[in-house]
Design a protein around this ligand. Structure first.
Ligand code: IPM
Ligand code: MG
Length: 370
């Protein structure tokens, strides 16, 4: 029997409870496909700092090295707890960025999807969102400002200053551009390139290299949009977008905006692909204010499982069944509280109940021909 080892990094806040729902889905995938999934939990995030003195402990690093894929929950605790952790060891800088760097997960896929029947989740007017949206945001994940050299101190006049570096070389741009073109080629053959070349030299090089890679994909039409304008169009006319590609910080910001357009960051799963391994995570935070209450929305975490089944295990049809299972649960009027609308007759259910229903629907889906 084929065995896959998957590292589970529950993370902080709502992480463990939404991970528990993800595990239910992985167990269904296991029995449907006659495979064995060896699921191993590793400490990661702010909690790991308090328990192990390291937000990305060595044992977790080794577990991730051995695993075929990594499923990661959100990280971070409330302000008061965070203040107790030395700045450079806080979970973003001490765990998440090192995880991305370790596996060079440069290609971050953030699907922004809302089916036609679910557009009432969106705060946008029905006429703007009619028919639903289906965008694949592709974010460069290991370069730019977030990974550049940083410096701070006092200048000659005694003023405090800070300096952060935004760096990209052509190989970094080329590889993400290629991923974006390949993705666009497999979809509607339109690629929106998000940049800021009227101000940033990094965008000038970005556009140049992207244009060169585009030469290999004559069937894909490229549309260039400045990042600030893209933010406006995402609200005014999100349906014009299919595949969007952008550098690290632009992608961080626009993908959260996209979550807002869907109606909840709880609807934002993601995949982070590197040359040899990928990890999967919800794009949202750890929501410590609602942790442990069994009200968090596990959709992003379960969607991340769907992406893992597809992109790391090659089970594309199974991934489709998981998406469809979540859709069916929504279609029956069930939602977690983040998506409930005052006055609407949706049936608000708990984290666990949502996971159970999705698992049930998925288990009942037709078998995938192998
Ligand atoms: C994300 C998150 C991270 C990022 C944080 C937690 C460092 O916001 O994955 O979008 O900025 O990349
Ligand atoms: Mg973000």
């Amino acid at each position: 029997m084929q065995t896959h080892t998957i590292a589970l990094l529950d993370g902080d806040g709502i992480g463990p409870e939404i991970m528990a729902e993800a595990v239910k889905i992985l167990r269904v995938a296991e029995s449907r496909n006659g495979i064995r999934l060896e699921l191993k939990h590793g400490a990661f995030g702010a909690g790991a700092w308090f328990s192990h003195g390291d937000s990305f402990p060595e044992a977790t690093r080794q577990l991730c090295d051995r695993a075929g894929a990594i499923l990661k929950g959100p990280i971070g605790l409330d302000h008061e707890q965070t203040e107790k952790i030395p700045v450079d060891m806080r979970p973003e800088r001490g765990a998440l960025l090192p995880l991305r760097r370790r596996f060079d997960t440069f290609a971050n896929f953030r699907p922004v999807r809302l089916a036609g029947g679910l557009t009432h989740f969106s705060p946008l007017k029905p006429e703007i969102i009619a028919g639903g949206i289906d965008i694949m945001m592709i974010r460069e994940l290991v370069g730019g400002l977030y990974f550049g050299a940083k410096e701070s101190g006092r200048d000659d006049a005694g003023r405090r200053y800070v300096k952060e570096t935004l760096e990209y070389d052509e190989t970094q741009i080329e590889r993400i551009a290629r991923v974006a073109f390949e993705t666009a080629q497999g979809r509607k053959k339109v690629l929106h390139n998000i940049h800021k070349s009227n101000v940033l030299k990094s965008s000038v090089l970005w556009n140049e290299v992207l244009g060169e890679v585009g030469g290999e994909f004559p069937g894909v039409e490229v549309r260039h949009i400045l990042v600030d304008a893209a933010a406006t169009y995402l609200c005014l006319n999100p349906r014009q977008f299919d595949v969007m590609v952008m550098e690290n910080m632009f992608g961080d910001i626009l993908s959260d905006q996209a979550g807002g357009i869907l109606g909840s960051l709880g609807l934002m799963p993601s995949a982070c692909l590197g040359p040899e391994k990928a990890y999967y995570e919800p794009s949202h935070g750890s929501a410590p204010d609602i942790a442990g209450k069994n009200i968090a929305n596990p959709y992003s975490m379960i969607g991340s499982v769907a992406m893992l089944l597809d992109m790391s295990l090659g089970l594309r049809d199974e991934a489709g069944h998981v998406w469809q299972a979540m859709r069916s649960v929504f279609d029956q009027g069930y939602t977690t509280p983040d998506l409930a609308r005052p006055g609407a007759d949706s049936k608000t259910i708990s984290t666990r109940a949502f996971g159970d229903l999705v698992a049930e629907h998925y288990a009942a889906a037709p078998a995938t021909a192998s």
